[in-house]
Ligand binder design. Structure first.
Ligand SMILES: [Zn+2]
Length: 455
């Protein structure tokens, strides 16, 4: 789905506000390479990734030149009164609207009348645990008002006006604000993210962008750093959820990678400043693994058999049942069971590449089937000759086994030439914004050094 370009404003940055228009789009679904594992290893995260939906988003222009919010004392007394009259009930498990009305001394006949006002008010019968309902009563304890959030962007109001009960649905606009953050890793990426004010979800997004270039399990070092410009979806100044990353850079062991989100007409992807897609035609690892239990080694000396027995793939250890992804687009040329390989799948890709996946518990694809990069083709197991649950993964180029960890992966297609001027126009200001963040970081580091020296 494509949305109309909307306006947004830079906020919380040390730079003058720059109004720019950009496209809000559904987050591209990135295949997470070796990522859930970072979560489990470094952060013990277990929840599902945030559900992506695309509610109507209305952008408000935040004029930073205006004075800040009016002082509380300027708010007319009337409004303050209404504010304090709301009483909130949080729906508990097993609780019905009827029992809530009992609890707060409102009659069942009132409830009956309310849910029969119209079909919007009828939605009150579908309350769920955790939801909040606001009530206003007058001094005599009589019902005056009720409010209930029907969705992220709609709130239902029911009002008693004399004898009349009325209902009204109020639209609650969402606001997309733009923020910047940067951090240096000293412990884990997640800690550094937290220090920089990022949610775990945003840290994941950041890592997903660079997952084709950086192995976030094995290659992250103390001193690695990142900076990013990203969106937050807010309502009435309150954080609702993360938006997308507009631009980011990540320096890993001295090497810096930079990416900009850009919609080439087929949805948003991340590109480097030259317009090359950050994605590669192959995943570095076709699963989220815990650790490598056996590396690629063409000259491995077998300790038991006392002879050179090459290990022509990589063994990735992970819990049994871990999804295994197709490393790249291709066609399944084998999906079968054998005594040694157990359940195994071979995929043939363009440019003479074949990838092999061994010891699976389950196979989800058939011979002849076409698969896209990131499709779950089976689950990890220990079928065949395997001592424990792991994936034995092979990468074969023109008939020669290559190390999947180090082989130079083919690049995904770059931006079309015709899109380049638009891309450059879009990317330039946001990259210079990102650059100035990095400059600030350097500046701070230098100031620190200077201070240490002088003290
Ligand atoms: Zn192996």
């Amino acid at each position: 789905m494509r949305n109309k370009p909307t306006q947004a404003v830079f906020k919380n940055t040390s730079h003058s506000p720059v109004k720019r228009s950009y496209k809000l789009n559904k987050q591209p679904v990135f295949v997470i390479v070796a990522f859930v594992v970072i979560l489990s290893l470094l952060y013990a995260f277990s929840g599902p990734s945030e559900k992506e939906n695309n509610p109507p988003v209305q952008i408000q222009n935040v004029d930073l030149n205006l004075p800040s919010a009016p002082l509380l004392s300027y708010i007319p007394e009337q409004i303050q009164d209404v504010e304090t009259q709301w009483q909130y009930v949080t729906v508990k498990k097993g609780q019905t609207l009827s029992s809530i009305f009992d609890d707060i001394d409102l009659s069942q006949s009132l409830l009956y009348k309310i849910i029969h006002i119209d079909k919007e008010a009828k939605k009150l019968t579908k309350i769920f645990p955790g939801a909040s309902i606001g009530f206003v009563k007058d001094e005599g304890g009589q019902f005056k008002q009720l409010k209930y959030k029907l969705s992220e962007t709609q709130e239902l109001f029911v009002k008693q006006e004399g004898e009349q009960l009325t209902s009204k649905v109020v639209e609650l606009p969402l606001e997309t604000t733009i923020h910047s953050a940067k951090g240096v890793i000293s412990g884990s990426l997640f800690n550094a993210g937290k220090k920089a004010g990022l949610t775990d979800n945003m840290v994941m997004q950041l890592a997903n962008i660079f997952a084709w270039d950086i192995d976030f399990i094995l290659d992250i070092r103390s001193g690695d750093k990142f900076s990013l410009i990203y969106e937050k979806i807010e309502q009435d100044g309150e954080f609702i959820r993360d938006g997308k990353i507009l631009a980011a850079s990540f320096t890993n062991q001295g090497e810096t990678f930079t990416a900009v989100a850009f919609d080439d007409g087929n949805g948003v992807s991340y590109y480097n400043p030259e317009g090359r897609n950050m994605k590669k035609a192959f995943l570095r690892a076709p699963l989220n693994f815990s650790y490598i239990s056996s590396n690629f080694n063409p000259k491995r000396f077998h300790p038991v058999q006392k002879r050179v027995k090459p290990h022509r793939g990589i063994d990735y250890a992970a819990p049994r049942g871990t999804p295994i992804y197709a490393a790249g687009d291709g066609k399944v040329i084998r999906s079968a069971y054998s005594k040694y390989n157990g359940n195994h799948i071979f995929i043939k890709h363009p440019s003479g590449i074949v990838t092999k996946y061994l010891h699976l518990t389950k196979r989800y694809v058939k011979k002849g089937q076409r698969v896209k990069q990131g499709k779950t083709i089976g689950t990890l197991g220990s079928t065949g000759m395997a001592t424990g649950p792991h994936l034995h993964y092979e990468f074969v180029l023109n008939g020669v086994h290559r190390n999947p960890r180090t082989v130079k992966l083919p690049k995904a297609s770059p931006l079309k030439k015709s899109k380049m001027p638009e891309f450059k126009n879009y990317a330039e200001p946001i990259l210079s914004q990102l650059d100035s963040l990095n400059f600030d970081a350097k500046h701070i580091a230098q100031t620190k050094i200077a201070k240490t020296k002088s003290s």
